[in-house]
Design a protein around this ligand. Structure first.
Ligand code: GDG
Length: 458
């Protein structure tokens, strides 16, 4: 079996906290690497200031080599905070209004990809299979091809892919499409993303789809498919069962004093629909006075990308909104929304999912959304909670037992909350069983195996 080389913007170097603490994707990729032997290369997360980064720092763990590089401060600002997170991220999440184009940032994005290719090159052997992850590194294969590498190279996009009318607002969309066309296999989260990609290729005659999933563009033949990412379902379910006894989870249970718990868990990001969700919760309470003082909504929202102005602004907006709603509908002995603006440990998170009667997952646009899957996996089979899920999350294509909502429609989400909170046990069990069976079968190891088998197939 040929070696596997994974390249992603950030690398999960194992620590001593154990598999569950690391999260499903890191665990699955580490398992794939351990099975085949190989390298995981990416950015260390550190800046080298204004001097050229030192050579790659290599760490050996069994037959896996972790290869990390620093980036200059300019590249951190222009490539990562700039083009990746202020152009590609908003565009792929349909937020044309938030995209900030700058020539320097665009140039830096391509320059850093070339830099990655040059750092990776000495580690590569002819038979290696290369798997590149996510929107930060779209041009990497093109750079490697330019250097003469003939290896099989696959790419998986964790976020949505937009339709042509959205993508084409981006000045460098052709270079980006050319970059994607240099891979042998492109993996998207859902078939809608794949269809959008095919539509982008066709729109300006950049390429053709010869047969479903088989493309020719920019002088290269390649394939594309939908590979919906999963979680480590069985392990997470066992983890949540144990976590119910965790002291913090026990305290949380006592503190809600028999009220029903609604939980939301999201990185602080405008794609996650947090402000619309808080509005929907307020509407749910005002529409259902009987539920006043009988529910608690816990929103866990670790800070993310705080250096990017849109994220910093959002931090203030969400905190203010949660405060306003608590002021408007709270009572002297009831705080309706508990808003936590930092990360909590994975065992506590698992235990809280299990405690919650409703998992409220309402992104405005999301590649997949693993929180939805974790919430389902964490439930007690005898008394499962209800998943309220945005129809614009990739997960909605799979989780048929969820109550699907349009997150832009506050009443729709508020009504789903009412239905979820009041849902009879039999219906909850039936909906949950279908979703859980699907998640057990389509877990993250399967996702990894299927993608790699397809990448290796001629
Ligand atoms: C991207 C795509 C796609 C969150 N808060 C805490 C915490 N988390 C963990 C969750 C979950 C992960 O972070 C978030 O994953 P999501 O899938 O929901 O969202 P993104 O971060 O936007 O991920 C997404 C994903 O890539 C994979 O392909 O599904 O669409 O946007 O695992 O549990 N973990 C801990 N404490 C927290 O406070 N420990």
């Amino acid at each position: 079996m040929s070696r596997l080389i994974i390249v992603s913007n950030r690398v999960s170097v194992p620590d001593n906290k154990g598999a569950a603490a690391a999260g499903g994707l890191a665990v699955a990729l580490q398992a794939a690497l351990a099975e085949r032997g190989g390298v995981w290369m990416g950015w260390s997360g550190k800046s080298s200031g204004d001097i050229e980064p030192e050579p790659l720092v290599l760490t050996q763990d069994g037959n896996i080599t972790y290869a990390l590089t620093d980036l200059t401060q300019t590249d951190v600002e222009e490539y990562y905070q700039g083009f990746a997170n202020r152009v590609l991220w908003p565009i792929c999440h349909y937020r044309l209004d938030l995209a900030e184009y700058g020539r320097k940032e665009m140039a830096s994005y391509f320059r850093v990809n070339r830099f990655f290719a040059h750092r990776l090159a000495p580690l590569l052997e002819p038979e290696d299979t290369i798997w590149v992850h996510d929107y930060h590194l779209i041009p990497l294969a093109a750079e490697l091809r330019e250097m003469g590498f003939k290896n099989r190279i696959g790419f998986f996009l964790h976020i949505p892919w937009p339709p042509a009318d959205v993508l084409f607002t981006m000045p460098v969309h052709e270079e980006i499409m050319r970059g994607l066309s240099s891979y042998d296999l492109l993996g998207f989260q859902t078939k809608y993303d794949l269809e959008n990609f095919a539509g982008c290729l066709k729109r300006e005659g950049m390429g053709v789809e010869n047969s479903p999933g088989h493309f020719s563009a920019h002088g290269h033949n390649f394939r594309g498919g939908a590979y919906s990412i999963g979680i480590e379902t069985a392990a997470f379910a066992a983890f949540a069962r144990k976590a119910a006894a965790h002291s913090v989870v026990r305290k949380a249970r006592q503190s809600i004093e028999g009220r029903d718990l609604i939980i939301g868990v999201d990185r602080l990001d405008y794609s996650k629909g947090i402000t619309q969700r808080i509005d929907a919760f307020e509407r749910f309470i005002t529409n259902n006075p009987a539920h006043q003082r009988r529910v608690t909504y816990l929103q866990i929202t670790p800070k993310s990308r705080s250096e990017v102005p849109e994220y910093e602004a959002m931090q203030h907006a969400v905190a203010e909104q949660a405060g306003r709603v608590n002021g408007a509908i709270g009572t002297v002995d009831w705080v309706p929304i508990r808003y936590i603006n930092r990360s909590i440990s994975r065992p506590v998170l698992a235990g809280l999912y299990r405690l919650a009667k409703v998992g409220l997952v309402t992104p405005l646009r999301d590649g997949m959304n693993l929180v939805a899957k974790e919430y389902v996996a964490a439930q007690d089979p005898d008394d499962p909670g209800v998943l309220v899920l945005s129809r614009f999350a990739g997960a909605a294509r799979e989780l048929k037992g969820a109550l699907l909502v349009n997150p832009y429609d506050v009443d729709d989400t508020a009504n789903a909350l009412t239905r979820g909170i009041n849902m009879p046990l039999e219906e909850r069990r039936e909906r949950w069983r279908g979703m859980m069976d699907h998640l057990l079968e389509n877990d993250v190891s399967r996702w990894c195996d299927v993608f790699l088998a397809d990448l290796r197939a001629e």
